[in-house]
Design a protein around this ligand. Structure first.
Ligand code: FES
Length: 73
């Protein structure tokens, strides 16, 4: 599903980028433009980001300190 309609970014793309090392909303915004226009996607993008990070942590692929990123303002 599309998370960010303005930039045509899907949950799959976000999960892929998290798997490649992105760990924050700031990173998603810089890399994909998520939340850079109308901003309506920020909550959903943050949710997908958190889920993806949690999944990686559950798989013990990342240290847990990356989970505590705050959403971009
Ligand atoms: S839906 Fe993401 S910036 Fe508009």
């Amino acid at each position: 599903m599309y998370v960010c309609v303005c930039k045509a970014v899907s949950d799959k793309t976000i999960r892929q980028k998290v798997g490649e090392g992105l760990g924050s909303m700031r990173g998603l915004k810089q890399c994909l433009g998520v939340g850079s226009q109308c901003g309506k996607c920020i909550q959903t993008a943050q949710h997908v980001l958190n889920q993806s990070l949690q999944q990686l942590m559950d798989e013990q692929r990342i240290p847990c300190q990356f989970i505590s990123e705050r959403p971009a303002a």
